[in-house]
Design a protein around this ligand. Structure first.
Ligand SMILES: NC(=O)c1ccc[n+]([C@@H]2O[C@H](COP(=O)([O-])OP(=O)(O)OC[C@H]3O[C@@H](n4cnc5c(N)ncnc54)[C@H](OP(=O)(O)O)[C@@H]3O)[C@@H](O)[C@H]2O)c1
Length: 277
């Protein structure tokens, strides 16, 4: 009988991670679902018998180590590792608190690298699916930290794909705006960041940050349904020869297209739009 695939996903308490864990478990895959809280472990395990919750904070090497040994006790290999855990920090580059900038990279970029480094013994023939973002195309103001963390993720893992001597395939998934709790969370983070600004920054950017907040709140309801990302992930898992990168949603294709145009032209267009805020 064909063995069911084993999947490990980080960040399954909500959003893309949670829905992916559920869909794959329903298909019969054995899913190790990364969470940080007991309540989330109970909640995700209650969704389906094929899901096993695993405590993992991707910014903590000791947490990653514990997660690794837990998974090792329960399986000999992982077929698909999905680096999904992520946060979004919004702030103008001029004002961003360096601690928040580092936190952005700690979760979205260094976290994924740390997980892969630790889990390598289980990944010899695996697919690594990184949930990147259309932000990786790098054209979005006021979320430079987020864009940079995702671009850095893609660059590091492209090097990894070229270097690795086993049969690991690396795939970057670049969704447009998806209806998940990340937007409300990012508004909370942006408010916190704003409170820490000095008065000059507050005076300069209040209007723009309010605009960003309204947009983020709209995205909680107006954006693409999470199932589109889940379906793409499923397609990648089932493909013998997946592409290195997948856009999800029209805006992601648009961002890719715009990123290939002369930067001066694109920046002038964005600056013109920003003047209208
Ligand atoms: N929604 C979008 O529009 C969109 C678009 C493009 C890409 N993405 C990417 O998709 C991924 C999933 O985001 P989402 O939209 O589904 O948002 P979400 O619902 O907020 O999910 C984020 C997940 O990451 C987890 N997480 C955060 N920090 C962590 C850490 N230090 N260690 C382990 N887990 C951590 C969260 O767990 P806790 O509950 O424990 O914090 C949560 O389960 C992210 O990488 C995001 O950048 C989202």
């Amino acid at each position: 009988m064909k063995k069911n695939k084993t999947i490990f996903i980080t960040g399954t308490s909500s959003g893309i991670g949670r829905e992916t864990a559920l869909k794959l478990a329903k298909k019969g895959y054995k899913v190790f679902a990364g969470v940080r809280r007991k309540a989330d472990k109970i909640q995700i395990e209650n969704l389906n018998d094929n899901i096993t919750g695993v405590y993992i904070d991707v910014t903590s090497l000791s947490s990653i180590d514990k997660a690794f040994w837990f998974v090792c006790k329960n399986t000999e290999n992982i077929d698909v590792l999905i680096n999904n855990a992520g946060i979004a920090v919004a702030s103008p580059v001029e004002c961003i608190d360096i601690t928040k900038l580092k936190e952005q990279f700690d979760v979205n970029t260094f976290g994924a690298v740390s997980v892969v480094q630790k889990f390598m013994p289980l990944l010899s023939n695996a697919k690594i699916i990184n949930i990147s973002s259309m932000a990786a195309y790098g054209l979005f103001p006021y979320v430079g930290a987020y864009c940079a963390s995702k671009r850095a993720l893609d660059i590091l893992f492209n090097s990894f794909a070229l270097e690795n001597k086993s049969n690991i395939k690396v795939i970057s998934v670049k969704p447009a705006c998806i209806k998940t709790p990340i937007w409300n969370k990012s508004v909370e983070r942006a408010k916190e960041a704003y409170e820490a600004f000095n008065q000059t920054c507050k005076d300069k950017y209040t209007k723009e940050l309010l605009f960003m907040e309204q947009n983020a709140l709209k995205n909680t309801t107006n954006s693409i349904d999470v199932i589109k990302v889940v379906n793409t992930i499923e397609k990648i898992i089932e493909s013998k020869n997946p592409k290195p990168s997948y856009n999800v949603g029209f805006t992601a294709y648009l961002a890719e297209f715009a990123s290939k145009l002369p930067l001066k032209f694109v920046n002038n267009l964005i600056k013109y739009k920003l003047k209208k805020i």
